[in-house]
Design a protein around this ligand. Structure first.
Ligand SMILES: N[C@@H](CCC(=O)N[C@@H](CS)C(=O)NCC(=O)O)C(=O)O
Length: 230
């Protein structure tokens, strides 16, 4: 039995982390037996991040590590994709996980209207006074990282302009089929739909949330992937 270590469900999503939701989708797509173990504390897991799985006495971190483990069992997470599709899928996954993800971080941790809700949801296990102290340090550290990464230097309006071509690229593919690469969900859907889902469920009507909510193609896609793989 595989145990998935994941952040708990939050804001109506299977997990507070879109990477954990991706792992849930991959495990369901693979059709393996698995159970979830929720935690709010990633510190003892590989790279102090989640998701991770434990299986046969081994611990495997990172959603891509989980993907590689499932593939090592002979499971095809991209059935029917051509080599050309697979290379496009790889690029789109990187676009989502190494760019779009940080827009979610900025929208949730970098927005003063959203932050108190996020803080009191993600860190609800910590009593109020220490929570304020601990999370203020965490937030400063994360925002410093976002400044170094670059997105932290952009206004909300500039960030919307930056992410729009990514959203267009995803939408363009969805004009051609219900999933990114045809009629069945695959690895890229398991990665990208949870990120769009996270954007849509930020607990405040930010410009990014409204952009996704108001887009029928993207919104129905998020729900379609959740129905198929959730
Ligand atoms: N590349 C990793 C990213 C995982 C990741 O960034 N997880 C975040 C939550 S979204 C995390 O555990 N953060 C904990 C921390 O930084 O303390 C994957 O694909 O699993």
């Amino acid at each position: 039995m595989i145990t998935l270590i994941t952040f708990p469900p939050t804001f109506g999503e299977p997990s507070a982390s879109s990477f954990c939701t991706k792992a849930i989708y991959l495990l369901n797509m693979a059709g393996v037996d698995w159970e979830r173990q929720d935690t709010n504390d990633p510190r003892k897991w590989p790279k102090a991040k989640l998701p991770a799985i434990t299986v046969d006495g081994r611990t495997i971190g990172d959603s891509n590590g989980i993907r590689l483990y499932l593939e090592s069992l002979g499971i095809d997470l991209e059935p029917g994709l051509s080599d050309l599709d697979k290379s496009t899928a790889q690029s789109m996954i990187r676009m989502a996980e190494e760019h779009m993800y940080f827009h979610v971080v900025m929208d949730r941790w970098g927005n003063d209207d959203v932050w108190p809700i996020v803080r009191d949801t993600y860190f609800k296990d910590i009593p109020k006074i220490p929570r304020l102290i601990v999370t203020s340090g965490l937030r400063k550290k994360l925002m410093k990282g976002m400044h170094a990464q670059g997105l932290g230097r952009l206004s909300a309006q500039e960030r919307m302009a930056r992410i729009e071509p990514d959203l267009q690229a995803i939408t363009q593919r969805l004009w051609h089929g219900p999933y990114l690469f045809g009629d069945a969900p695959s690895l890229a859907d398991a990665s990208i739909a949870p990120l769009l889902g996270a954007m849509r469920t930020t607990p405040h009507p930010t410009a990014l949330r409204r952009r996704i909510e108001g887009d029928t193609v993207l919104s129905t896609y998020i729900d379609r992937v959740a129905d198929a793989l959730g």
